[in-house]
Design a protein around this ligand. Sequence first.
Ligand code: HEM
Length: 449
Amino acid sequence: MTYPDITHDLTPPTPAEGWFGGHILQYHGNPLPFLLNNMREYGDIAHFRVFKYHFYQVNAPELVGQVLVKQAKSFHKSVIYKRTLGEYLGNGLLISDGDFWKRQRKMAQPAFHTGRIHAYADDMVDYSLKLRDQWQDGEVVNVAEDMMRLTLFIVAKTLFSADVSEDAKEVGEALDVLLHHVVEASRRVVRLPDWMPTPQKRRKQQAIEILDNITMNIINERRTSGEDTGDLLSMLLMMTDDNGVGMTDSEVRDEVLTLFLAGHETTANALTWTFYLLSQHPDIEAKVYDEIHSVLGDRPPTLEDLKQLPYTLMVFKESMRLYPPAWAFTRQAIEDVQIGEYTIPKKWDVFIVPYVIHRMPDLWDDPERFDPERFSPENEKQIPRYAYLPFGGGARVCIGNSFALMEGHLVLATLLQRYKLELVQKTVEPEPLVTLRPKGGLHMRVVKR
Ligand code: HEM
């Protein structure tokens, strides 16, 4: 499709505003139906407003490509996230911009090259085996919690050679406070002055201290031992940029914490949703198990087995289509920029919503249906660019995407080999916080094969 040159100051189609704050009530009531409905009514691009903040919801994959790639120079990460997430993550990879981001990304990238991440496979399987051994036949577990713990252990061990099993509960709770705070702060109508004490602020401060202590301990131990373990932490501590300048402790701290958060929350949610979807589709569940059983028998999976387990990976990818953990992400225009037939004014936000794009009927046949065949090698090639973007796209694409796919693949193979998971709660409601989770967790009975 070609878009005409901009000739006038159009605003994209906008749903009727409420009596208060633009679309705040519709959006905050439940963003997922609101955004899906915008796409259904307005197609490629829609506009909505939350008080003074304007958002362009970009739905058409071609326009998403313009934002993330062709015109990427006209955008930065949004101020709203920099302000809220920045309180915890400082200037880590997820929210930094410009030359600083480029430098940090270059220094972290080697830890995510294919050759390196292959070395992480054994740890991924070992931690999954430990969880599998803890589960008792017939017991009801909160899979969402178990996945959070498992992926946290994996990221700590593989990237920082750290065992956080002692601190897992504390770290998990602190990260939870952080994520709730980010969402509350970005939705808050009135901003209280920074000096005004509130219970939320106290909780937030405690959470920051807990995370700071744990990350600084990991960094200090490594600095003291001077050991080069070849992991990401060693790289961050030893590498220098083109000017021969290394990272300060506080820069390393920001990156470590960013990777702790970005590297476990998302993958945990992707796995949780996969178990949920499998429990609702016994035929697909049986097919995954057949594949795993016929390839592995009773032995645990290894990296080499993964190519013999294509269906398991197809299931994981399809689950991230229906429930993309990063269900939405934003950019802020740093100058007036034309996207499609509209000019996005400087400082306005673009909203890219994989949850919506992954359910567009003109891109996906019967979009609500869980169908892993969409990701068979032949079918996957037919998916239009930016129609499937669980990991984002362009230069800011997820640095951990291959890591996450390999991790999901191995964890599923290890757990499903021994257990079938049955849903025991009546309803499951997606909760769109920073990531998309099942509200209140996911309670399932683990039944030994
Ligand atoms: C299923 C799992 C995952 C999903 C769905 C996911 C999703 C995403 C998405 C959508 C972005 C881009 C956000 C944007 O453009 O604003 C992103 C960025 C990022 N992800 Fe992931 N991610 C996953 C796993 C991981 C893992 C395992 C790691 C690290 C171990 C990681 C680290 C990061 C980092 C550091 C960034 C920022 C990259 C940059 O801007 O340079 N993610 N992720």
